[in-house]
Design a protein around this ligand. Structure first.
Ligand code: NAP
Length: 299
């Protein structure tokens, strides 16, 4: 699986304003019931109205695709995003439905969480490349996590905070995007920056599965910045797909699966690995009910 090599500038934790709140009147209104009722047949929770869906990590590479897709489907969803900084908010359009908060600080995320029906978690610790790496000299770059932004703080405690907060407002479903590789404690991603990232991600998955909130856990393969909707998607379990040639998936397809998971009862209380065949190697997946029906595993 490709390691994350993005180098980004993060504001320190103390810059987050935990008291930021907005009035309910400023938020987008739900579409009328009649417009949406038929779309949620077979998924009773969302039969009454367009659910309000919050995606966290909405400034991230997959999170912003989810946010965009939700915003494009105004007849189906009321979209919200959570980002960590004002810069990220501006990057995704700066709308009133984008909240700024830090998942390590529960109080800072409550304004985004209040009133939601479903939560899609796309936050993740982001390893950074140590300066001084010269690709022309060969070798491998080294990575590190900033103090306070290790996977334990972000992928475990930060996800736990989100799950607890969402549960406290009675959400009907939480979709959590994790990563393949979690069955192998010696996976190379765990030694990246000494972060044990897959171990902490797995712990958050387990916490979600035991939370009592209906859930969908998507363990993605190596993420590709390719167009979505052109590939046959593959679901698996226990990292079996990692032993095959098909262990990558476009971020856009992951984003679509997150949203589709809200629409089919077949996706509820399930955990699965997600990859894709190369383009043209199989028919593009259109029937998500059938895809989710193939999954038999819970956490
Ligand atoms: P990404 O671009 O790295 O986005 C992660 C997001 O989390 C960023 O927007 C980041 O905000 C946000 N975040 C981090 N700490 C936060 C905090 N304390 N409070 C609020 N937000 C915080 O994500 P991605 O590459 O699209 O990956 C999506 C998911 O798939 C991740 O869980 C990743 O581990 C997993 N995955 C990745 C791969 C791969 O090949 N890269 C493979 C399998 C699975 P900032 O923008 O402010 O940093």
């Amino acid at each position: 699986m490709a390691a994350v090599t993005r180098v980004s500038v993060h504001l320190p934790f103390s810059n987050v304003n935990p008291t930021r709140r907005r009035s309910v009147a400023a938020l987008p209104r739900r579409p009328p019931l009649a417009e949406t009722a038929n779309r949620y047949r077979g998924f009773s929770i969302f039969a009454m109205a367009a659910p309000t869906v919050l995606v966290t990590g909405a400034g991230g590479r997959t999170g912003q695709l989810v946010y965009k897709k939700l915003k494009e489907r105004t007849d189906q969803f009321v979209a919200r995003g959570l980002v960590r900084t004002e810069e990220s908010k501006e990057k995704i359009g700066g709308a009133d439905d984008v909240f700024v908060g830090d998942i390590r600080d529960s109080s800072s995320i409550m304004p985004a969480i209040e009133g939601i029906d479903a939560l899609i978690i796309l936050t993740s610790a982001v390893p950074k490349m140590k300066p001084g790496f010269d690709p022309t000299k060969g070798g491998r770059p080294e990575f590190y996590f900033e103090d306070g932004a290790y996977p334990e703080q972000v992928d475990w405690l930060g996800q736990k905070n989100q799950i607890d907060a969402a549960k406290s407002v009675g959400v009907k479903q939480i979709v959590l995007v994790g990563s393949m590789g979690g069955t192998n404690p010696n996976h190379p991603l765990n030694s990246l920056g000494n972060g044990n990232i897959l171990v902490w991600k797995r712990k958050a998955e387990e916490y979600l599965a035991n939370s009592g909130v209906p859930y969908t856990i998507i363990r993605a393969g190596g993420l590709l910045d390719k167009e979505g909707g052109h590939r046959e998607l593959l679901v698996g379990k226990d990292d079996e797909l990692l032993a095959t040639e098909t262990k990558t998936v476009p971020r856009s397809d992951v984003a679509e699966v997150c949203i589709q998971a809200l629409q089919f009862a077949e996706a509820k209380n399930k955990a699965f690995d997600l990859a894709s065949k190369p383009e043209e190697a199989g028919p593009a997946t259109k029937d998500f009910k059938a895809l989710f029906s193939q999954v038999t595993a819970s956490f």
